[in-house]
Each structure stands twice: as structure tokens, then as C-alpha cells.
Design a binder for this molecule. Structure first.
Ligand code: ADP
Ligand code: MG
Length: 223
């Protein structure tokens, strides 16, 4: 599903984001990308979202060459991807339902379809009973789960998360990782960038380790 072939990313200011990175990800995999701050984790995710272009090498996502993708193709690419950020970026003047419905409203689906898909997504993160509440009524962990529901509501083949547990205590962080595992079990490919090695080491998944833009490890996360 994902093929990085000698992918390099140099920023205009001369900083190197990634250096000749090569790895493959199969459809349905669950993997972590880890490394210290500045290692290139967010750069890797931004390349997959075509928010940035590689400056060398070749990057394929579901057969599409992201090093050559046209701006007109980017919205279609992003329909295949869901994204979860550290700061969930919810709209606090809208209900949980409306927050999760946002990507579907942008796609222009009809009300009935939106209703069904949103309730399915909220069920997947165990928040069906909170649909009509506002984000401010929810705990931090529940808010992050709304962010995950919104990221999967359009049924993306690939779910990306950038430090999704960065603001959570260890117990909530583990719970959120469990939600990602549930989503992966239903077939979605999941790629999580995180520097929280203590948390990752308690799970059994593939882990890519970056150091200053280079891949220095590709193995199992559990110690
Ligand atoms: N927009 C940018 N402009 C210039 N340099 C950047 C930019 N984004 C990231 N970098 C540089 O790329 C490297 C990797 O950063 P990043 O991908 O954000 O790492 P991480 O997410 O692992 O902390 C760092 O040296 C950083 O300074
Ligand atoms: Mg980052």
C-alpha cells in the first residue's frame, strides 16, 4: 500500500527532513514510526498526505506516485486517508455528531447516509451515547476519540496519527492505542507517529525508528 523508495525531503531552508528513506507497508498493517523530536516523523506523514513533496526518490501510495501527483488529484488522494493530530482540533461550538460529520458534509453526502456513517464511527470509538453533547462536556480522552471518529467516518483505507497520545496520561494513552487497534482489526491500515517508547514497547507491532531523517530500525516494538 505504501512504498518509500529512497525518499528524501530537503526543506527550502536547507534542513533535511528525511534522507533516502526506503520501506514498504502492506495493506492492513499496524505500525509505529518513532524517533526523537526532529527525527522526521511528521515530515513522513506530511509526504503521505501530499502536504509536502519529496525532493528525491519515489513515494507510492496505493499505486499513485506522490512525488508526481498534481494539485487537482490531492483531494481524491485525501479521501483515502484519515488523520488524527495531537491536538484533536475539534469545533467546540458543534456537537460531537456534527464534528464527526464534517468530512462527509464536505463530500456532499445526503443526510441519511451521513447519519448512518457518523453513528457507526461513533460506535467504533464507544461514543454513540455522546452524539448530541458538546466537546466541552467530554473528558480529554473522549475528545481524542471524537477526533478518531472524524478521521475514520469516510472509511479511509489508511489512518495516520501524529503523536495522538501526546496530551494524555499513560492510562488514557493506552486506551486510545486500543481504539486504533480496534480500527485496524476491521481492515484499516494504521500508521502512528509517536516518541512515547514506554507506551509503544507494551504493544506488539512493527516499529520503524528514525534518527535525523534516516531509518535506523525496522522491527517489533515489544521489548
Ligand atoms: N516546514 C519546515 N521547514 C523547515 N524545516 C523543517 C520543517 N518541518 C520540519 N523541518 C525540519 O525537518 C526535520 C524533521 O522534523 P519533523 O518531521 O517535524 O520531526 P518530528 O516530527 O520527528 O519531530 C527537523 O530538522 C526540522 O527542523
Ligand atoms: Mg512531529
Amino acid at each position: 500500500m505504501i512504498r518509500f523508495e529512497q525518499v528524501g525531503k530537503r526543506y527550502p531552508n536547507g534542513h533535511t527532513g528525511l534522507h533516502e528513506l526506503s520501506f514498504h507497508v502492506q495493506r492492513g498493517e499496524f505500525l509505529f514510526v518513532t524517533g526523537h523530536s526532529g527525527a522526521g516523523k511528521s515530515t513522513l506523514l506530511r509526504l503521505l498526505l501530499a502536504m509536502e513533496r519529496p525532493t528525491s526518490g519515489k513515494l507510492l501510495l496505493a499505486g499513485q506516485d506522490l512525488s508526481r501527483i498534481s494539485n487537482a488529484q490531492i483531494p481524491f488522494l485525501r479521501r483515502q486517508i484519515g488523520v488524527v493530530f495531537q491536538n484533536h482540533q475539534l469545533l467546540f461550538d458543534r456537537t460531537v455528531f456534527d464534528n464527526a460529520a464534517l468530512p462527509l458534509q464536505i463530500l456532499g453526502l445526503n443526510k441519511r447516509e451521513i447519519g448512518q456513517r457518523v453513528m457507526t464511527a461513533l460506535e467504533r470509538v464507544s461514543l454513540k451515547d455522546k452524539a448530541l453533547q458538546y466537546p466541552s462536556d467530554l473528558s480529554t480522552g473522549q475528545q481524542q476519540r471524537v477526533g478518531i471518529a472524524r478521521a475514520v467516518v469516510h472509511r479511509p483505507a489508511l489512518l495516520l496519527a501524529d503523536e495522538p497520545t501526546g496530551n494524555l496520561d499513560p492510562r488514557l494513552a493506552a486506551e486510545i492505542m486500543g481504539v486504533f487497534e480496534d480500527i485496524n482489526r476491521l481492515g484499516t491500515t494504521v500508521l502512528i507517529a509517536s516518541h512515547d517508547l514506554a507506551l509503544i514497547a507494551r504493544m506488539r507491532h512493527r516499529m520503524l525508528t528514525l534518527q535525523r531523517g534516516r531509518l535506523i530500525g525496522d522491527g517489533e516494538s515489544a521489548r
